[in-house]
Design a protein around this ligand. Structure first.
Ligand SMILES: Cc1cc2nc3c(=O)[nH]c(=O)nc-3n(C[C@H](O)[C@H](O)[C@H](O)COP(=O)(O)OP(=O)(O)OC[C@H]3O[C@@H](n4cnc5c(N)ncnc54)[C@H](O)[C@@H]3O)c2cc1C
Length: 480
């Protein structure tokens, strides 16, 4: 069985039939691969000379890569490459520069508006680059195609963990190309803040290592850089001591989002929880119930006192649970809400001082709150430092996440326009978008989004991807 596709979910689209369509490319001299659609498997095979990985060219299998989580943008790539190693990507990128072929990169495809999709060109499915290697007590090196779940298992075996972990079904490369937030981001920063070194294949086709001290311009342009300058192949992540247990508490606030959000801000200033997040869920009789998730990491037998953790909160009720650390990090291992319906979700950052008005207005207006399930978290601004991870500039910032699952009959364009309008409100209040959410954006919007970081980002793009073979799925630089 071809593990490169069969072990991945892709929203349940791929079937065993896809595996029959995979070719191992073995190859004569490169010719010109037409800039449009490849005409046949043999054309493609003859052009990707020396690639050891798998090239998928038949239509049914390529069609299985046409959607992302959002199910709004539908693009069928000319071909899909499942590279066996970084060398395959070097060969692909060098070939793409010669033939002016566009390359798209896909991790787990949990973007919402086509950010990991491409139609004219080759889509790289990073799945097989999933190595994990513990370098020492403080560092683990992971392949960009791995998801975080196996990384957590590997580090936990040595009683170590990552300071920040997002949903563990997401890919390493996709997380670090966006930002990577999790329930400890509030005081430990984003996953990009906890990345020590990267191995990448640049848009010029060179395999390069970069960090804060080596090729720093590239390092900073790749973290949260939406695959514009280089393809991440490996990342060295920081490791810290793992606790043995977690006291995890759901703290309920009925239908009062603002009361819950105020307690969230109180808890971020107070610092009693390691894990801090705010979610909503639907009551059986309709409407939303809000709850904070608080978690204290500890080593048994030193369990914290529940009464201490409840102090000063305005909650209606508490639901505590004691977990081993493994039970904790495995609590949500597969994609929730991965249903085949349009999902124009909206992720924003809002300055804490502007949060109440924006959220009250949005949630109280039926025209803006339709199909919304809001989740929030609060982040300390001083825990974050990567220039391309654009967040509101205030000491405390709310991540304001409006999850939306629409009926298939809904007017998706109208919801995208609504997302755009809500984004503009937040932008005018000093907030930002998170890059994977569903907001229509033009190159001039990206320039404004990146703000002070734009000139360096643009210069780095020109230096490392002069042929502009990468990044067209998002089109940050207006080069198509
Ligand atoms: C159900 C769900 C849960 C989510 N939970 C979280 C969460 O906990 N934390 C969080 O931060 N976000 C979360 N997100 C938001 C976001 O979609 C993901 O952070 C992001 O998509 C990463 O996941 P992925 O592996 O699916 O990346 P993809 O969607 O595949 O890719 C994201 C972007 O990165 C680029 N890319 C991917 N791999 C590479 C690479 N190796 N080199 C260069 N560029 C690359 C892609 O081209 C694309 O532009 C969630 C989204 C969903 C739908």
């Amino acid at each position: 069985m071809d593990r490169s596709i069969s072990r991945r979910d892709f929203g349940g689209l791929l079937t065993g039939a896809a595996s029959t369509a995979i070719l191992s490319a073995v190859l004569p001299a490169p010719a010109v691969w037409a800039q449009g659609r490849s005409s046949s498997a043999s054309d493609l095979a003859s052009n990707l000379q020396g690639i050891a990985g798998e090239v998928i060219v038949d239509e049914a299998s390529r069609a299985a890569y046409a959607d992302d989580y959002g199910r709004i943008v539908h693009k069928i790539p000319d071909a899909v490459l499942v590279p066996r190693d970084s060398g395959d990507l070097v060969k692909l990128v060098q070939y793409a520069n010669k033939s002016k072929t566009k390359i798209g990169i896909r991790g787990m495809g949990h973007s919402m508006l086509g950010q990991a999709q491409i139609d004219r060109g080759v889509l790289v499915d990073m799945a097989a680059l999933d190595s994990i290697s513990i370098l020492d007590n403080d560092r683990v090196e992971v392949g960009a195609g791995s998801t975080w779940g196996p990384v957590m298992s590997e580090t936990a075996a040595n009683k170590r963990t990552l300071p920040v972990i997002n949903d563990t079904f997401l890919s390493v490369g996709g997380s670090l190309s966006t930002a990577g937030f999790g329930p400890t981001t509030w005081n430990k920063g984003l996953m990009v803040d906890n990345t020590l070194e990267l191995e990448v294949v640049t848009g010029a086709g060179e395999l390069v290592r970069c960090s804060e001290t080596t090729n720093q311009d590239l390092f900073l342009a790749v973290l949260s850089g939406l695959g514009q300058c280089a393809i991440i192949t490996r990342a060295v992540m920081k490791q810290v001591a793992a606790p043995t247990h977690v006291l995890y508490i759901k703290i309920f606030y009925d239908d009062d989002a603002i009361r819950a959000a105020h307690d969230l801000a109180f808890l971020a200033r107070d610092g009693r929880f390691n894990h801090l997040d705010l979610r909503s869920r639907t009551y059986p009789f309709g409407g939303l119930e809000y709850y904070i998730e608080g978690g204290v990491f500890y080593d048994a037998p030193n369990e914290p006192k529940l009464d201490d953790l409840k102090k000063g909160l305005s909650a209606s009720s508490f639901e505590p649970k004691t977990w081993t650390y493994e039970e904790y990090y495995r609590r949500a291992e597969s994609c929730y809400s991965c249903v085949p319906a349009p999902k124009p979700s909206l992720y924003l950052t809002v300055p804490a001082s502007k949060f109440d008005v924006f959220v009250k207005n949005t949630l109280s207006d039926p025209s803006t709150s339709a199909y919304i399930a809001p989740w929030f978290s609060i982040w300390r601004r001083d825990a974050q430092s990567r220039p391309l991870a654009r967040v509101a500039d205030e000491d405390f910032i709310y991540r304001t996440q409006f999850n939306r699952v629409l009926p298939n009959s809904a007017d998706v364009k109208a919801f995208l326009a609504l997302n755009r309008a809500l984004y503009e409100k937040v932008r005018d209040l000093g907030g930002t978008r998170l890059t994977t959410s569903a907001i229509p954006f033009e190159p001039k919007d990206w320039e404004r989004h990146y703000g002070a970081a734009w000139p360096a980002f643009k210069a780095t793009k020109e230096k490392y991807d002069p042929g502009n073979v990468l990044g067209s799925s998002v089109n940050v630089f207006g080069k198509g």
